[in-house]
Each structure stands twice: as C-alpha cells, then as structure tokens.
Design a protein around this ligand. Structure first.
Ligand SMILES: C[S@@+](CC[C@H](N)C(=O)[O-])C[C@H]1O[C@@H](n2cnc3c(N)ncnc32)[C@H](O)[C@@H]1O
Length: 290
C-alpha cells in the first residue's frame, strides 16, 4: 500500500536555493474569455502563457497513477530502450550529482542510480545523487513510492518545482537530464537557461524528447497511430482521452531536431549533438556547459 510522505529529502537540501516563487497552484489562473494577450500553445489550443503550467499539471495529475502502464502500452516498451540510450549517452559515473528535471515517476533517476552503482566496485546503491524535480506532486509521489518499494534507499531526492525557475543554486549539479518534459514547458529558452545556470562548468545536458519523424513511410503510419489509436487507448486505460490528445498535439508543436539544437547553441551549450531514435520518433539532444 502506498503511503503519502513529504517529498523533499534532506540529501538534496544543501544545494537548493530558497524558492522565491512556488509553481502556481491548481486552478489559480483565470479562464480566458477573449483571445489570449500573451498566447502560447497547449497542444493545438492557444492559451494564455500564464495558464499553461496549470493546464499541464492538470494533465499529469489526471494520469499519474496509470502513467507508467500507459508508457509501456503506448510504446510497446520502446520508451525503455530510448531511456536506456539516454543513460548510455550520459554515462553517469559514481559520485555524480544529477538533476532530472520533469523527472515524473523517476524512470531516468532509477536508471541513472543503477548505472552509477554498477560502475562502482561494490555495486551498492548510493553511489551518486539524483534529484528528481517535477511540476506535478502526484507524479513525484508515485515515483517516490515506487523507488521505496524497489529498495532505493539512498541518493534520491524529490522536489516539486518548475524547469523555468529551478529551486537550486547556480553550478550545483554535474549533469542535467530532461526526458519527455521540455515539450510541456511554456518557455523552452528559459528552461535551457536554467539548465545552464544550475550546471557546473564541464557539466552535461541531455534531453530526450519526442521529435519529428525523418522517414516518410514511418511518418504516415506514426500519424495514423498517433491521431487514431493513441487517444482511444488513453481513454480506455486512464479515462482521460484529452490528456493523450494533448500528448499527440504537443509532439507536433515541439521544435524539430535542428531548431532545438540551435536553441541549445544559442543558450551557450558547447558540443551540441543530436541523435535520432526510431527514425526520429524521439531524439536525444546533448551538450556541455562551458
Ligand atoms: C511525459 S512526463 C515525463 C516523465 C519522465 N521524465 C519520464 O520520462 O517518464 C512529463 C513530466 O513533465 C512534468 N512537467 C511539465 N512541465 C514541467 C515544468 N515546467 N517543470 C517541471 N516539470 C514539468 C510533468 O509534471 C510530467 O511529470
């Protein structure tokens, strides 16, 4: 049985900066009646930029309990291979302090801890530190319960926060990861600048995100699957069709590979690389903080 526990853990407190502003609370934003003054997209909808965080959090609050199951069902387990590829690229060494932003239920965090433990002689967990930061407390709660159930007792911290104003001091971490999270962020450039701020010089940035299919035949099949099957599957499993319609639409609105790489370079990351996964359905973007 899962028990509600406080999310912040002492391990991570030393590197947290005081939060001047908490993420906006659910339902605090006014519903726009006229065209948004400062528009952004939420899937294919135009919404007020200040409202998007609450809408995104609403999506993940709704699906948190079924999130991991849905990932396996939607991707036929392929998301596991993509996440494995992300950890291979990152190659976290024992002693690394990793910040996993939009870390949700902790998939990347647990994989990174496993890799650090394997690289350490005794294979014990606790070989490094991972802080999972996410906007949605319900996702973190599922992750924290899962980690405890699986025996991850050391080296993990969970914190509720926004990628656009991370509750960490400058130069606090050796590595920054964000998997399937950047697409949901209102201001991607701001989130990239925050990544740059919290990374120490020489630190690594790796983003795993849905991207744009580069094989024409695959694109047709993928579009058919995305728009026809996915929302129906989401509705059947979670009861929330709109959440999975948002998923499909948000993927189409996300910048293509070259555009995101250009944003990384413009932020100041060096050695920016892009690696397509499964014909560009997903892609890894990486760079170094100089
Ligand atoms: C698709 S899930 C990815 C979870 C996990 N990284 C994974 O790969 O399984 C996206 C996560 O991004 C979080 N998120 C969305 N916007 C965010 C923001 N501005 N800052 C931090 N987390 C955010 C959501 O709460 C959600 O948990």
């Amino acid at each position: 049985m899962s028990v509600k526990r406080p999310l912040a853990q002492p391990m991570a407190q030393a590197i947290f900066a005081p939060m001047s502003e908490q993420p906006p609370s659910k339902g605090s934003d006014p519903a726009p009646e006229s065209p948004p003054e400062n528009p952004t997209h939420f899937g294919y909808r135009e919404v007020e930029a200040a409202e998007k965080g609450s809408l995104v959090r609403g999506v993940f609050e709704s699906v948190a309990g079924k999130y991991d199951l849905m990932n396996d069902l939607m991707s036929g387990g392929i998301h596991r291979l993509w996440k494995g590829a992300m950890i291979d690229l990152l190659g976290p060494k024992p002693g690394t302090t990793l910040l996993d932003v939009a870390g949700g239920t902790g998939d990347i965090a647990l994989r990174a801890l496993d890799r650090m433990a394997t690289a350490q002689d005794d294979g014990e967990n606790g070989a490094g530190q991972v802080i999972v930061c996410d906007l949605t407390a319900d996702m973190l709660q599922v992750g924290r319960d899962r980690a405890i159930d699986r025996g991850y007792l050391k080296g993990l911290g969970w914190v509720c926060g926004d990628a656009q104003r991370l509750p960490l001091s400058a130069r606090a971490v050796d590595a920054y990861t964000i998997a399937f999270g950047l697409r949901n962020v209102t201001d991607i450039d701001l989130a990239l600048r925050e990544a740059q701020r919290v990374l120490r010089p020489g630190g690594r940035f790796v983003c795993l995100e849905f991207s744009h299919v580069v094989l024409p035949v695959l694109k047709e099949l993928y579009d058919l699957y995305s728009f026809q099957a996915l929302p129906a599957l989401g509705a059947a499993v979670t009861g929330d069709r709109a959440a999975y319609q948002y998923l499909v639409e948000s993927i189409r609105r996300f910048p293509p590979q070259e555009e995101l790489a250009a944003k990384l370079k413009a932020t100041g990351f060096a050695g920016v690389r892009v690696k397509n996964l499964t014909g560009g359905i997903a892609a890894l973007h990486s760079g170094w903080r100089v």
